[in-house]
Design a protein around this ligand. Structure first.
Ligand code: C2E
Ligand code: CA
Ligand code: CA
Length: 659
């Protein structure tokens, strides 16, 4: 095709009757049109505010007028020069530039052929004055010129991107058609007016400007419908079209793909909230520029709204994962906004057709799940896997429900007695959060506490439990029961330096002594950020609050390490305790652990006391507090108050009865 166009160009130039052309040409009008064409090519209509977004050349009307009044050779030459100049300015590759020149030449030659055929003028016959009756032929020639141009370009794009030809040709159909019609009408006018000299062409200036503005507005309108106004990237509608095209292309070639990569910035909301929306907007614009920067020119980045971006990848899983890595890597360097260097991290979810989804909706959903998973697991890139579906969707819903439950006050707290095995008196209770889901029924804390921990909802959850537990404790203590309440902390709280003062405030509000509160932390919680945990724990102990090591024995902390941390209480995990009545191995472990802990001056709570023989075995070891189904299941504050009432000021036996 390229050679055909170039040969056509050369043959036309050589074979044209130059003496005839030169003698009959309207020199000044042609010069004016040529200059206008050059200007239209290198100063195209901008389709958006962004520099690198699409543009629309406005050389067509002047070239069209030239095909008539300048003759075919002049028109072809001017078009070739304009196109080469533009390519030079934009440093396009030679191969691309040759193609551009050739396809323009073919468009112009076809237009001239149509014009000559309709007006019976000779093809190579040089200039022809355009009279009123020639307007329709010129208009038709213009339409043919635009069509040939579009078909040739679309053919190449379709081959290169594997998109269906029809889709490329009809892209932004109506807006482009209207714009081109306006431009071609201007071209016809220019052709007619040129006969009256260059001066008259000046009359056309306002029309050209108006057409420019109008066409620009129309084009911008069309552009906006498929692009995001903040970043100039393609928008969600456009993504849907790109995905459709990707699926059609894959179906035609029996190939893989398309792949979809979704990218979401981490903690963008915090930046927006603390630095303000204008800064957030600037940041998004820069992020958009970064994301585009390292991708091949023909791969589009879409903004789906907020801080979420998407890229459709033609290719297999490895290709999509590669694009995901490239996208995230482009954000590695800090982004400078308003004199601040912001380090932006992002997560990416990848899904690829056909293995992860066989239509755009499904692929979109799967990539979304993968992205959610990447965030949840703090992986930076995660690829969809079938097991995410159930887990993740369920977790997503559960998390949303949990948030709602916290706001609506649908959570409550049960208390499990902690019993001094020597005299069977309840000396403390552990607060255990409960959730009665409106549809699922009761949800186990093991199912939703980790969820709350991974999402930051844990702060509100702990606050709720603490508040409730201290309010209940205040009632029991007011009734004369000298008990402690234990509240579970998650690992995250141990790196939160604002926790101790908040706890002090809550204690003060309920007028409870700090010594009546025990906070349970796990070994893993302490070890995940030991330096901070040390600070937080000492601040809590300075208040007088007791610290218990929960699930002791399941982690890696040595007793001596815990002793150095100055904890108050050790809760031996139920996996060691439950079987001590039958398993001598377990008995030895528990006995030595308890002996050592007591020798170090720690209070010992044995968890998982499920029967009387276990309680008896513990009683023999030493001064131990027991907690377990045999001594009392977690129960409501009302029931617990009754149990406390029953034990009154005296020892009561809390045994197997009625539990
Ligand atoms: P945990 O801190 O070890 O709490 C004790 C768990 O063991 C409770 O389960 C309790 O019902 C159960 N349990 C008590 N006695 C026995 C027994 O004799 N045998 C057996 N097999 N189990 C017994 P629950 O209430 O389902 O809580 C599970 C975990 O959820 C808790 O383990 C704790 O890690 C977490 N959790 C519960 N409430 C809260 C809370 O308010 N905040 C935080 N951060 N975590 C909580
Ligand atoms: Ca606990
Ligand atoms: Ca425990």
């Amino acid at each position: 095709m390229t050679s055909l166009g170039l040969v056509g160009l050369v043959v036309t130039v050589v074979a044209s009757s130059w003496p005839g052309t030169v003698s009959r040409i309207l020199v000044w009008p042609s010069v004016v049109l040529a200059v206008a064409a050059l200007a239209g090519e290198v100063r195209p209509i901008r389709l958006s505010g962004e520099d690198d977004a699409g543009t629309l050349s406005t050389s067509a009307p002047f070239i069209l007028a030239l095909t008539a009044i300048g003759g075919v050779a002049v028109a072809v030459i001017v078009q070739a020069v304009a196109s080469l100049l533009d390519d030079l300015l934009h440093r396009r590759e030679a191969r691309k530039s040759l193609f551009n020149t050739a396809q323009y030449a073919l468009s112009v030659l076809t237009a001239r052929a149509v014009f000559c055929w309709l007006t019976h003028a000779p093809f190579l016959g040089g200039p022809k004055l355009v009279e009123v009756r020639d307007v329709v032929p010129l208009l038709v020639a213009g339409l043919v010129m635009i069509t040939v141009n579009r078909v040739l370009v679309a053919g190449v794009v379709s081959l290169a991107t594997r998109q269906p030809f029809i889709a490329v040709v009809t892209e932004d159909g109506v807006a482009h058609a209207v714009t081109n019609l306006v431009l071609i009408s201007v071209g016809c006018l220019a052709g007619v007016l040129a006969a009256d000299g260059a001066g008259v062409l000046v009359l056309l200036v306002p029309f050209v400007v108006a057409a420019h503005l109008l066409a620009g507005a129309a084009a911008r309108h069309a552009h906006l419908a498929s692009h995001d106004s903040l970043t100039g990237l393609a928008n969600r509608d456009q993504l849907r079209r790109s995905l459709d095209e990707g699926f059609t292309a894959a179906a035609r070639t029996d190939g893989n793909g398309p792949g979809l990569v979704l990218v979401d910035l981490d903690h963008f909301k915090d930046i927006n909230d603390t630095l303000g929306h204008p800064v957030g907007d600037q940041l998004l614009r820069q992020v958009a520029r970064r994301l585009v920067s390292d991708l091949p020119e023909d791969v589009a980045v879409h903004r789906l709204g907020g801080d979420e971006f998407a890229v459709v990848v033609a290719g297999n899983l490895a290709d999509a994962q590669h694009v995901a890595r490239v996208l995230l890597r482009s954000l590695d360097d800090p982004i400078r906004v308003e004199g601040l260097d912001l380090l932006i991290r992002a997560s990416a979810g990848v899904a690829v057709a056909p293995e992860h989804g066989t239509d755009p909706q499904e692929l979109m959903k799967r990539a979304d799940i993968a992205l959610y998973y990447a965030k949840l697991e703090r992986d930076r890139i995660s690829t969809y896997a079938p097991e995410f579906d159930i887990n993740t969707l369920e977790r997503l819903h559960l998390l949303a429900d949990l948030r709602a439950a916290l706001e609506a006050g649908d959570l409550f707290v049960d208390y499990q007695p902690q019993v001094d095995l020597a005299d069977s008196r309840i000396v403390g209770v552990e607060a255990l959060v409960r959730w009665e889901h409106p549809v699922r029924g009761p949800v186990a804390p093991d199912d939703f506490v980790p969820l709350a921990e991974s999402s930051g909802l844990i702060t509100a959850l702990t606050e709720f439990v603490l508040e409730t537990a201290l309010a209940d404790l205040a009632r029991w203590r007011a009734a004369g029961h000298d008990v402690r309440v234990a509240v579970n902390l998650s690992a995250r709280h141990l790196s939160d330096l604002s926790l101790p003062p908040r706890i002090a405030a809550t204690l003060a509000r309920h007028q409870m002594p700090a010594t009546a509160l025990v906070l349970e932390v796990t070994e893993t919680g302490i070890l995940s950020d030991p330096a901070r945990a040390d600070l937080v724990i000492s601040a809590l102990r300075a208040l007088g609050v007791g610290i218990a090591v929960d699930d002791y024995g399941t982690g890696n902390a040595s007793l001596s390490y815990l002793k150095r941390l100055e904890v108050d209480e050790l809760k031996v995990d139920r996996s060691f305790v439950s079987d001590i009545a039958t398993d001598t191995q377990d008995l030895i472990i528990v006995r030595s652990t308890i002996a050592l802990a007591l020798a170090l001056g720690l209070r010992v709570v044995a968890e998982g006391v499920e029967d009387e023989p276990t309680a008896a075995a513990l009683r023999e070891i030493g001064e131990v507090i027991g907690q377990g189904f045999h001594l009392g299941r977690p129960t409501t504050p009302g029931r617990l108050a009754e149990q406390l009432e029953r034990q009154g000021g005296h020892s009561v036996t809390v045994g197997a009865r009625g539990l």
